[in-house]
Ligand binder design. Structure first.
Ligand code: NAD
Length: 349
């Protein structure tokens, strides 16, 4: 029996979580996997029910689960709340309390997903897995803001670097055995330590090809030659920026899954926010959530065969010419959240 906690959250979070649950149920039926799927309010909805976006009891309950799926959090009506009660703070608290230090974000171009920015020939072979350090760097270092002077320190311990670099090698090992390590070691001390650590650990993974790239060059290469990247490993802030930049190669934010690993329990969520502008209209693209379920089977349940089945199902529906509004192009048939989910499930079955 596997235990999964679903936290729909706010806005389109509920709609895409419904899609994720339907796909989980279809997988359970096809592969005869017993599942206990539990649901709890989170973010703004949790504030409305319990007075806080991520109560401590929820964290304790989450730790007893095998995996968590989260839809999205946030809505303009909560913008007036004090910072610590806002839905987004609840998500940061959840990630921090679960000690999730490894963020995995695959960016793949699916034929038919209608990139409005790129010509298909340019991006059609894009298939990049971003492995981003999530617990250190500038976001968690000492900071100061005075009248005329401010600073944010980029801080990393060797241990923090080693554990994420190991994850990067492991992910590369599972795939094409090619690892791009992105740093700024011509300038930053943390990057020098990063590069030394990658070179040291490379001895344990001799079959993985390592390519070092400076972050400024990597940003340019992502746009000019995305095909060269397979696994892209980097620290927290570089990863935040590069993965959003890379996301546009896939056509829409709605296409992107993510996994946050390494802590008490793995957390899976689509790469987008709560999209209040389209909530409740059956317009949300559920593919980022469905592909997050694929990641759950790949990384938490060690079933890459099921992950691949789900990815192929998505690919097949898109290739048949179906799309949601965000990835529409002149020749495709636009369908809603529920209909897209049903079509993917038919392919899985
Ligand atoms: P957003 O990702 O919610 O939306 C950006 C744009 O992308 C919107 O036009 C939206 O309609 C579209 N979009 C997003 N997901 C889509 C999907 N699945 N299908 C089709 N279109 C989709 O970002 P935002 O507008 O900057 O933020 C809205 C709210 O979400 C804010 O409260 C923000 O704080 C929150 N947010 C939450 C998360 C999270 O829960 N992880 C991440 C980012 C933003």
């Amino acid at each position: 029996m596997i235990n999964i906690l679903v936290l729909p959250g706010d806005g389109i979070g509920k709609e895409v979580s419904d899609s994720a649950v339907k796909v989980l149920e279809a997988i359970g039926k096809k592969y005869e996997i017993a599942m206990d799927i539990d649901t709890e309010v989170f973010g703004g909805k949790s504030y409305e029910k319990y007075g806080e976006p991520c109560p401590n009891q929820l964290i304790e309950r989450a730790k007893t689960m095998d995996a968590i799926f989260l839809g999205a959090v946030g809505h303009p009506k909560f913008d007036v709340l004090p910072s610590e009660l806002r839905p987004e703070k609840g998500l940061l608290k959840l990630r921090k309390e679960l000690d999730l230090y490894c963020n995995i974000r695959p960016v793949k171009y699916y034929s038919g997903s209608g990139s409005k920015i790129w010509r298909e020939e340019r991006v059609k072979n894009t298939n990049i897995t971003f492995v981003r350090e999530l617990s250190g760097g500038a976001y968690y270092g000492e900071r100061y803001q005075g009248e005329d002077f401010a600073y944010d320190r980029i801080e990393y311990s060797k241990e923090q670097i080693e554990r994420i670099v190991r994850k990067g090698f492991e992910v590369a090992q599972m795939g094409t055995k090619k690892l791009h390590s992105i740093d700024k070691s011509n300038v930053l001390a943390t990057s020098k330590m990063w590069r030394a650590c990658v070179n040291d650990m490379h001895k344990e993974y001799p079959e993985v090809e390592v390519i070092h790239q400076y972050v400024d060059n990597a940003a340019a290469q992502l746009m000019s030659n995305p095909e060269q990247f397979d696994v892209l490993l980097t620290e927290n802030m570089f990863g935040d920026i590069l993965s959003d930049q890379g996301a546009i190669l896939s056509g829409s934010l709605g296409m992107l899954p993510s996994a946050s690993l390494g802590g008490a329990v793995d957390l899976y969520e689509p790469g987008h926010g709560s999209a209040p502008d389209i909530m409740g209209k059956n317009l949300a693209n559920p593919i980022g959530s469905i592909l997050s379920i694929a990641l759950m089977f790949k990384y938490t349940f060690d079933r890459p065969d099921i992950a691949e089945k789900v990815e192929k199902a998505v690919e097949s529906v898109l290739q048949k010419g179906y799309c949601t509004m965000d990835i529409s192009s002149p020749n495709c048939m636009v369908i809603g959240t529920k209909e897209m989910t049903e079509k993917v499930i038919v392919e899985i079955e």
